[in-house]
Design a protein around this ligand. Structure first.
Ligand code: SF4
Length: 684
């Protein structure tokens, strides 16, 4: 009898956007251990608990191993030929009958760059639509839009090393100690050992808030106001970087005029932040040798999310904190490959490398390369696709690697819309909540079972290698998409993801020099990458990404957060847990993590608990105009007064935060306003 040998394979973490890499030790299908190495460019010998213990899902008995086809109310196993024939004929019929824009493709920020590249090519070149999007729509699209308005590139200005080396780090609406743990460790170390200054703005006094030089609790939804007031105060004091503004930035006069109303008194009244603290923040930025601002969903998931992200960039421009080391804007990407999914074109208005679909020259380039005529107008985003289904305009959807039934806002409405689709394909590792609405379910393979690249929050592209064979009849997502495309008339012959990367690099200038050879082993590249392979750890050193090379100050106004009415008297915030990832489809199937944290909970302040007679473990029902959930209470000082916090990672669809959220969204990007939620609470 043959015994399998121990194999060591370099991989990149499948969870957050920090992009830790390490070796996975396997014997047969058994995962023996995760071993970080000093060569890893981001994390060296560190990982967090998810990177170390979050891999059991790969061998879960609940993995999909065969295609499934719906027969009435049940699903039956099918061969790949049967499933592919059905998909090709149904999508073909729908395209013929209603036109290509009656079909939508939802791609995945859990999948590789190459898989997102082939997904957008499938949507555009085979279906003939720009209706393609990924889950950045639910999180960081407003940050990307705010940066594109002001500095021209929707990525982090520098690297995690720059963050760790800055004089001052400001964290706004983010909880890196749980959501980006290895990055948070770098900040904690710099704060302790190098006396790096740290300011944290958050509704919860979380771990970094506890450690900060200044922890500030603003009134929910008022970040744009304090940022604008601090910027105005800096200008009024003459602390702005005049040479930088003169030489490298447009729009000064109009911008300064737009700040008129943001006085310290106005800001103090609206934000609840004392005047003296606003002055202290301005002085700390003025005195710092380089300021980095880090932000996440506490900023973006609001109706004014793009405008607040823009205000962050404005503040950094006014103080000359772009284009130099140890400074700049750092939207913290959530999923491991949300940056890459966007970079490689699974967005309705952008081809790979952020070239506009409306640009005739760009379309002509792709039309020559792909031998097709491309759609000219931007397509529908995730949010618009749901609305288009309910209006009868979107008839079919192809979705992979996205638990949309739980993670999109107003999930009762989303699930109702799925029931109205004429045809729905879901491709995933597991039979997800979303898959219940599908007509065909296809079994996909996770990162340990395939080759590819991921791009982390720093724009760093890294290789991961196949450690295991795909389980059962499952296949890598790129292979499945190629099979479907070829059944629908394409003649693609990609034999390995490196060929997809080579094609993307030949077409998208920001990837010109990206090759698998240059990414071998622990090597990595930060885009833009020139044809000679030189990459760009620090953006904007010479010029900003606009035709004249100058940045643009962009005036913005505050948007009043949504409130459903007086009877909903408690503000409900939400966010991640250290031990779990997103909807939990992977981490709740990883024994070590589930053993440690088996379920979600609701944080209630000590004051509110006393007032309502609650203790830790009490069961309550939360109700919003859109639905209700039942959850267990945890009484804590992390939250204040009438503010609640529900952990978003749950395996119980009836406790999922999005039973409560609305369909209101950011004005520019349609990112749901997940953080603008009020509820009423009953004790059960
Ligand atoms: Fe994975 Fe993020 Fe943890 Fe690193 S910090 S091990 S990338 S989850």
């Amino acid at each position: 009898m043959r015994t399998s040998r121990i194999k060591r394979t370099k991989t990149v973490c499948t969870y957050c956007g920090v992009g830790c890499s390490f070796e996975v030790w396997t014997k047969g299908r058994k995962i023996l251990k995760i071993e970080p190495q000093a060569e890893a460019p981001v994390n060296s010998i560190s990982t967090c608990v998810k990177g170390k213990f979050g891999w059991d899902f790969v061998n879960s008995e609940e993995r999909l191993t065969h295609p499934l086809i719906r027969k009435g109310d049940r699903f039956v196993e099918a061969t790949w030929d049967e499933a592919l024939d059905l998909i090709a004929s149904k999508l073909g019929e729908i395209k013929q009958k209603y036109g290509p824009d009656s079909i939508g493709v939802i791609a995945s920020s859990k999948c590789s760059n190459e898989e997102n590249y082939i997904a957008q090519k499938f949507a555009r070149a085979v279906i003939g639509t720009n209706n393609v999007d990924n889950c950045s729509r639910y999180c960081q699209s407003p940050a990307t839009a705010g940066l594109m308005r002001t500095v021209g590139i929707g990525g982090d200005a520098g690297t995690i090393h720059d963050i760790a080396s800055a004089g001052l780090v400001i964290v706004v609406g983010a909880n890196p100690a749980e959501s980006h743990p290895v990055l948070a460790t770098r900040v904690k170390r710099a704060h302790k050992l190098r006396d790096q200054k740290l300011i944290v703005f958050d509704l919860r006094r979380h771990e970094l808030g506890e450690r900060a030089d200044l922890y500030i609790h603003p009134t929910p939804g008022t970040d744009l106001i304090w940022m604008s007031a601090v910027t105005k105060y800096i200008i009024d004091q003459g602390w702005h970087d005049q040479a930088f503004l003169r030489d490298r930035v447009n729009g000064w006069e109009e911008y300064v005029a737009s700040l008129e109303r943001y006085t310290l008194d106005y800001a103090a009244e609206r934000t609840g932040i004392a005047r003296e603290q606003l002055i202290q923040i301005a002085a700390m930025i003025h005195e710092a040798d380089g300021t980095c601002i880090l932000w996440a969903m506490g900023v973006t998931q609001h109706m004014g999310g793009t405008d607040t992200s823009t205000a962050i960039a404005n503040l950094l421009l006014v103080t000359g904190n772009f284009g130099r080391p140890n400074a700049g804007a750092y939207p913290l990407r959530g999923h491991n490959n949300v940056q890459g999914a966007c970079d490689f074109g699974t967005m309705p208005a952008w081809m790979p490398g952020y070239e506009a679909v409306q640009d005739e020259k760009v379309r002509a380039k792709y039309e020559r390369a792909w031998g097709v005529k491309l759609p000219e107008q931007p397509g529908l985003n995730n949010h618009q696709m749901v609305e288009a289904i309910t209006k009868g305009k979107l008839k079919a959807m192809y979705l992979f690697g996205e638990e949309m039934a739980l993670v999109d806002s107003n999930s009762n409405h989303v699930e109702h819309s799925f029931e109205q689709l004429e045809f729905f394909v879901v491709q995933d590792l597991f039979f997800t909540r979303t898959a219940q609405y599908a007509d065909v379910v296809l079994p996909a393979a996770p990162s340990l079972e395939k080759d590819g690249t991921f791009t982390n929050t720093e724009r760093r592209v890294q290789r991961f290698y196949q450690a295991l064979q795909p389980l059962g009849d499952s296949k890598p997502d790129w292979e499945i998409l190629q099979l479907v495309a070829n059944r629908m008339g394409a003649a693609w012959n990609y034999r390995h993801p490196s060929e997809l990367m080579a094609e993307a690099a030949s077409l998208a200038p920001i990837f010109a020099g990206v090759t698998y050879e240059r990414l071998e082993g622990w090597q990595s590249l930060l885009w833009p990458v020139a044809a000679d392979g030189s990459d760009t750890p620090l953006l904007y050193k010479e010029r900003f990404a606009f035709p004249d090379g100058k940045a643009r100050l962009f005036p913005v106004e505050w948007t009043q957060p949504f409130h459903p009415g007086e009877e909903y008297d408690l503000h409900l915030n939400n966010g991640r847990l250290l031990e779990h990832f997103h909807e939990g489809n992977m981490t709740y199937r990883s024994e070590g993590l589930t053993h440690k944290v088996p379920r979600e909970w609701l944080e209630v302040s000590t004051e509110l608990a006393k007032e309502r007679g609650l203790e830790s473990g009490s069961l309550v029902r939360l109700t919003s105009p859109y639905g209700h959930v039942k959850v267990r209470v945890e009484v804590t000082d992390t939250v204040q007064g009438k503010e609640l916090y529900l952990t978003m990672n749950t395996r119980d669809p009836e406790a999922a935060i999005n039973r409560l959220t609305s369909s209101y969204h950011d004005k520019i990007t349609h990112t749901p306003n997940y953080k603008e939620m009020s509820v009423k609470m009953e004790v059960l």
